[in-house]
Design a protein around this ligand. Structure first.
Ligand code: MOS
Length: 729
């Protein structure tokens, strides 16, 4: 039955991507296409006193300069600017709306010209005078203003009292800097003016229907007026969950000028979009001498903008991982004059679990326990926040399989005890955890008499492999070779899908496809039964396999059934339906092991080996799945050692808004990565037993590396990234 599901199937879109046939948002052509270039604010807070576009307008080829004072109408109610993942509390940012400046880099004008170079040049001629106001951008100096936000954490027991009496107590601040996503593809939109007032928008986004609804409400358009497509996405990692400035600006330009307009942000301008918020993670653990926990306290203090409360679950993860009778968790926000943060791969968990897993390592050292032994002593089989069992949780197997593959048994626990020539060697480990979510998604399948099926859905493939798993599930369910399946995604006119995020799209899209395929099968069974002299006169237990419809040992080809029935095509659309049993918790888990080699004199750190053992239900595609985890590990290396958005607080401006100075891992930073999928059957979570892999790969990696650095050097660095200056200090 499963010719493709569960196998290492190559990407069905791989050829299009490597040959350049795959088109990205900024590559779509249109007649008489205009190019917009963004003019960005250079102060963090205040108002525009004067905006002089006259010199820019004199440049040959410039068609117009749109500003808050010169533009088509925009919605004025906050609700109209809220997209499906906007923070509940706040007033979303509106490009070119009024004279207010809310963050440095905010778009304040769009120069539109016949070509990009002209627009870019003319943008330098736009003159702006500001009335600047007092501002603050530094989380650490403003920490005292942190205000608690509502999160669904209920305190259990009395953590402060338990911490006071704890035999062994560990308490520390871990500082995670703000980070930017830096996807390879620049943010881009080509808004094609169709001539009759409607617009086709090619946008870089993780959710075409989210963008379509957003644009309609912002511009007061009817659903048919705006169609959004995003067939390929060159990485997004959360930055494309919310509609970004460029899609508003390109659409605004097209409406203003009644021509097609493309806006591509520069790499520097992408730093004006959302980011992983800087957090100070304050963790306190109280343990008994035997290594069981008596208290967990975790408070996260995070940056947000003045105009929106963005917060994520940084602190809830200890409730999933470690048994403790007393627990207190809280999340606080500091409002600063910066852009609103946004989701970035495993939002909340990547930061919060980093702190928790470093703290657990420090506790293991204090208790003189092996880090895995400590985690097994504290292992929780239940989600303590709701006191629920899991649909499945094979984290113990992750520890065992990962440790074995890594060779953890050969570790000398003493820091600075292992060497390789001039280099100190450190081995560290940590746990990863993420949610296993599923969302309403619909899919349509059109089966034609030539034995070909087209599967379509509005979901995006953000590089995660959605095209491929959709094709795999359809091929298996329809009994067709995968080459006979074509997949259309990321067009707002296709069956419904939410943004692709939260690691929910694999399970969600797979079950939509499965449902539609089953309806096709039933229809084929009905047609087969009606054929004169049918070998399937009484079809029970009907299966589709190898192009045949089979029942009780009899079979007839799908093509014959359709031909005899004079049916050219069978079309079925289905919304997935998950019956979620609320008496179970749903998570994915991992155990991450890292080896670092540290040059003792120079402080240079190399992550020479990582083993990630992941339990995430059934893996639909072991090839793209492995790639997902490897990508997550590389992100974890970046988070541990490289990535940091640096702000000059005197100007409230990002100083390293480019990938020369914002460091991300390059090939030379990435060595051996071993991915192990722990077999985790799960009949409760959904029919296919799928949990999703998009985010679990990063969680735990930064802590495993930080713990390895401690083991190598005896230095505990709690301020990320761990750069060499901190080691030789
Ligand atoms: Mo993900 S951070 O939900 O794209």
């Amino acid at each position: 039955m499963n010719a493709y599901v569960g196998t290492p199937t190559s990407r069905v879109d791989g050829r299009a991507k490597v040959t350049g046939a795959a088109k990205y948002a900024g590559e779509f052509a249109a007649d008489h296409l205009l190019h917009g270039f963004v003019v960005a604010a250079t102060i963090p807070r205040g108002r525009i006193a004067r905006l002089d576009t006259s010199e820019a307008l004199k440049v040959k080829g410039v068609v117009d300069v749109l500003t808050h004072a010169h533009r088509p109408p925009l919605a004025d109610k906050d609700d109209a600017w809220k997209d499906e993942v906007a923070p509940e509390k706040g007033s979303p940012f509106r490009p070119l709306y009024d004279d207010r400046i809310k963050f440095n880099g905010q778009p304040i004008a769009l120069v539109v010209a016949e070509d990009w170079e002209t627009a870019k040049f003319a943008a330098t001629l736009v003159r702006v005078e500001y009335e600047q106001e007092a501002f603050a951008t530094d989380l650490e100096s403003e920490r005292g203003k942190a205000a608690k936000v509502d999160q669904p954490h209920k305190p259990r027991g009395d953590a402060p009292a338990a911490l006071t009496r704890a035999a062994v107590r560990l308490e520390a601040d871990y500082v995670i800097p703000s980070e930017h996503h830096n996807p390879m593809e620049l943010y881009a939109t080509t808004a094609v003016w169709d001539g009759n007032g409607s617009i086709t928008v090619y946008d870089k986004t993780q959710g075409v229907q989210n963008v379509q609804k957003f644009l309609c409400s912002v511009f007061g358009k009817k659903p048919d007026d705006i169609r959004v497509l995003s067939p390929y996405v060159g990485g997004a990692f959360g930055s494309g969950l919310r509609p970004q400035h460029q899609v508003v600006l390109a659409t605004l330009g097209a409406l203003a000028l009644k021509r097609s307009v493309r806006v591509v942000l520069t790499r520097q301008q992408m730093y004006s979009l959302g980011y992983r918020p800087m957090t100070i993670e304050h963790v306190a653990l109280g343990a008994k001498p035997d290594g069981t926990l008596d208290a967990v306290s975790h408070e996260a203090i995070a940056v947000t903008s003045r105009f929106e409360d963005f917060s994520r679950n940084d602190t809830g993860w200890a409730e999933q991982l470690y048994k403790s009778p007393n627990s207190r968790l809280s999340h606080k926000l500091v409002h600063l004059d910066v852009a609103t943060p946004c989701d970035m791969r495993a939002p909340g968990a990547a930061s919060g679990v980093c702190a928790l897993e470093c703290a657990m390592d420090e506790l293991a050292v204090a208790l003189k326990l092996d880090p895995i032994e400590l985690r097994l002593k504290c292992y929780s089989d239940r989600d303590q926040s709701e006191d629920l069992p899991y649909t499945s949780k094979r984290l113990r197997e992750c520890y065992a399989r990962g440790a074995e593959a890594f060779g953890w048994g050969r570790r000398n626990p003493a820091p600075r005890s292992m060497r390789d020539g001039k280099e100190l060697v450190g081995w560290g480990m940590a746990t990863g955890v993420w949610e296993a979510l599923q969302m309403p998604v619909a899919a349509r399948i059109v089966l034609t008499a030539n034995g070909h099926a087209e599967v379509s859905c509005a979901a995006s493939d953000i590089g995660t492999g959605t095209y491929t798993i959709v094709a795999q599930v359809a091929a298996d369910a329809l009994g067709l070779p995968i080459d006979n399946i074509s997949v259309r995604l990321a067009d707002s006119t296709l069956p419904q899908a939410p943004v692709e995020g939260g690691s929910w799209m694999a399970a969600s899209s797979a079950h939509a496809v499965l449902g539609a395929a089953e309806d096709i099968r039933q229809e084929l069974a009905r047609l087969a039964k009606a054929m004169p002299g049918s070998p399937l006169a009484d079809p029970v237990n009907v299966t589709l396999v190898d192009g045949m419809i089979a029942s009780n040992g009899a079979a007839v080809s799908i093509a014959d059934v359709m031909r005899h029935s004079k049916v050219e095509r069978i079309e079925k659309q289905k919304l997935n339906q998950f019956v979620e049993d609320k008496s179970y918790a749903r998570n994915t888990h991992s155990a991450v092991f890292a080896e670092v080699k540290v040059d003792e004199e120079l402080g240079v750190i190399r992550v020479t080996r990582v083993v990630s053992a992941v339990a995430a239900g059934r893996i639909l595609n072991t090839k793209t799945g492995r790639s997902q985890i490897m990508g997550g590990v590389v992100w974890g290396i970046g988070m541990a050692l490289h990535e940091e958005t640096v702000m000059d607080h005197r100007f409230g401006r990002i100083m390293n808004a480019n990938i020369a100075e914002y460091h991300i891992p390059v090939n030379a930073d990435v060595h051996d990565i071993d991915v192990i999928f722990v077999d985790e059957p799960d009949e409760r979570i959904n029919r296919l037993g799928v949990k999703g892999l998009g985010e679990i790969g990063i969680v735990g990696v930064p802590a495993a590396i930080a713990n390895a650095v401690y083991h190598a050097t005896g230095k505990r660095i709690r301020r990320f990234p761990i750069t060499l200056d901190k080691l030789i200090d």
